[in-house]
Design a protein around this ligand. Structure first.
Ligand code: ADP
Ligand code: NI
Length: 220
């Protein structure tokens, strides 16, 4: 019988697998996003608690089956990988549950995760969506989907349900009002709340300057 794998080995094999799978992503969901989310999640967990193995594994796998990156909505790639690692059924269940609770689903949709581990991974993912890095990722995503940077005639929408949020293809600046500026007040942990302050105010300054330049040249 095959020997049971050590947690360290499971994590390093998962890291290798995810790194390969997300290497060529140009939508802001590349390996370095995963790397930052993993490190942020572990940093938050040092102060807030939670099971570090579940947190690290969920952070590494959290975007492998993301709806934005062409998935079937059943977390099949994630489950297949966890089964290949021969993890116990309960662990596979816990990890898929955490991963399924991470994603943002629209301004009007409540997405408070049920476990501390999921709350921490969600916070880490959301911290990487804001600030200077968040701004870069958002324009990368918009560009990868062929979206305009800004169109003053298209107003932001506060999506009331996930279906409407998914269908949205507005200009990238709108995403700040539909998601990014709302995240600071939707974080689960105090530690993430503190880390969000600077990132949030940097986005506000960025938008102020964006519109100053836009209107300075007489655009409407
Ligand atoms: P989540 O699961 O919460 O959506 P992800 O890690 O999958 O988190 O990445 C979300 C990021 O993708 C956003 O913060 C943003 O950078 C980018 N993104 C998603 N939707 C849009 C959009 N409509 N316009 C611009 N960027 C977007
Ligand atoms: Ni993510």
């Amino acid at each position: 019988m095959e020997k049971k794998k050590e947690p360290k080995r499971i994590i390093s094999e998962t890291e290798k697998y995810v790194r390969q799978a997300m290497e060529n992503d140009g939508s802001g969901h590349d390996w370095w996003h995963i790397y930052r989310v993993r490190n942020l999640a572990l940093k938050i967990s040092k102060l807030e608690g939670g099971d570090p193995f579940l947190i690290e594994m969920a952070a590494l796998l959290h975007d492998l089956d993301d709806w934005k990156l062409s998935s079937d909505g059943n977390f099949s790639r994630t489950k297949k990988w966890l089964e290949a690692l021969k993890l116990p059924k309960e662990t596979i269940f816990l990890l898929t549950e955490i991963i399924s609770q991470v994603s943002y689903k629209g301004a009007g949709v409540e997405t408070i995760p049920s476990s501390l581990e999921a709350q921490i991974v969600q916070d880490a993912d959301r911290l990487d969506a804001i600030g200077a890095i968040g701004i870069a990722r958002t324009f990368a995503y918009g560009g990868s989907k062929g979206r305009l940077i800004f169109d003053p005639e298209i107003k932001p929408v506060k999506h009331a349900d996930f279906e409407a949020y998914k269908k949205n293809n507005g200009p990238t600046i709108n995403h700040f009002y539909e998601k990014l500026l709302l995240l600071k007040d939707r974080l689960n942990t105090k530690t993430a709340g503190k880390l969000a302050e600077n990132r949030h105010s940097f986005m506000e300054k960025y938008l102020e300057e964006f519109f100053r330049e836009w209107f300075e040249i007489g655009a409407t």
